[in-house]
Design a protein around this ligand. Structure first.
Ligand code: NAD
Length: 305
């Protein structure tokens, strides 16, 4: 078997159960030494402790960490644990997550903030804890766990969808900022039978969606040959990509400034959303560049600072 992560040091957050557990096992199978993080604890009989034991039994190396991703100091301690034991951190999978589903009408602000805190700030904390080390060593691979709920919306998940789409924005920018130090950042949008989806999907469909079916895509995104700035979807053995595109749209000419302009836009919604020749901007500035181009101006893109 070709071990794609031989000698690498990786951290997986929320890896005591579900997808994180499956990722940790698959990373270890590919030769990575793994920090198995989970807020549920790090004792030998905690979920993370049991994953560590499973890895060790299969001949791999792993340690458990009980840090809460919402606590930056705990994430710094987690990164330090890996560095003390193995000298570096090459790869990070931000996977820890919770749900507090409720229609927006009924959702409290506390429920909204908690979900943002765990998914968005939890990922920010874990990344911030390893970022400087990755920059200094000129190597890093990061996977953020987004969701179809954020990409496409799901009833009752406004907090979760907002948090998951925020992670896409974080990835888009960190991929740009990390590039010169060989740090590659991607998103995974999984579908899997876990504690999180129990009761949401039917038992028959859950049978087709083992968490382990998502992990090969995660390993691929952590290898030396990984792409950067991709949104990869995976479930049940399938792997797809999602793109945030921009259509060719329309250009308002003489109508611009007239009071008819909003009505013209409404009339031309079909042309505005026509996907023929749509593009994927490489950076946010490209929206501005293309709009100026269509208006007959040329703009140079601002350089990377
Ligand atoms: P899960 O509930 O089985 O696992 C989540 C794990 O995260 C648990 O072990 C939990 O203890 C841990 N965790 C929760 N809060 C934490 C914190 N503050 N600090 C550290 N660990 C914490 O759920 P899962 O389905 O395996 O979810 C894993 C990730 O995949 C989540 O980010 C989830 O949003 C995402 N996701 C899952 C699906 C799916 O179909 N299962 C779909 C889209 C996205």
């Amino acid at each position: 078997m070709q071990k794609l992560l031989e000698g690498r040091v990786a951290i997986v957050t929320g890896a005591g159960t579900g997808l994180g557990r499956a990722h940790a096992l698959e990373l270890a199978r590919h030769g990575a030494r793994v920090v198995v993080n989970d807020v549920a604890g790090s004792d030998p009989d905690s979920p993370a402790g049991r994953v560590v034991e499973e890895i060790q039994r299969a001949g791999g190396e792993a340690i458990a960490d009980g840090g809460d991703v919402t606590d930056f100091a705990a994430m710094q301690a987690m990164a330090q644990r890996a560095i003390t034991k193995w000298g570096r951190v090459d790869a990070l999978v931000c996977n820890a997550g919770v749900l507090r589903d409720r229609s927006f009408t009924k959702m409290s602000l506390d429920e909204f903030r908690l979900v943002l805190d765990v998914h968005l700030m939890g990922s920010v904390h874990a990344i911030k804890a390893v970022w400087d080390g990755m920059r200094e060593q000129g190597y890093g691979r990061i996977v953020l766990t987004t969701s179809s709920s954020g990409l496409y919306g799901n009833f009752g998940q406004s907090n979760y969808a907002a948090a998951k789409m925020a992670l896409v924005g974080l990835m888009q920018t960190l991929a740009l900022e990390g590039a010169r130090n060989n740090i590659r950042v991607n998103c995974i949008a999984p579908t899997a039978a876990t504690g999180m989806t129990e009761g949401i999907l039917t038992p028959e469909s859950l049978e087709q969606l083992p968490a382990s079916a998502v992990s090969p895509a995660v390993v691929a995104l952590l290898t030396e040959d990984a792409p950067s700035k991709m949104i990869v979807l995976s479930g049940g053995g399938s792997v797809e990509a999602a793109h945030i595109t921009m259509t060719r749209g329309i250009t308002l000419g003489d109508e611009l400034g007239s009071e008819q302009a909003p009505a013209i836009i409404l009339e031309r919604l079909n042309a505005i959303s026509d996907r023929t020749d749509e593009r994927v901007p490489a950076t946010g500035f490209e929206q501005c560049q293309w709009e100026l181009e269509k208006a007959g101006f040329e703009m140079e893109l601002p350089g990377v600072k």
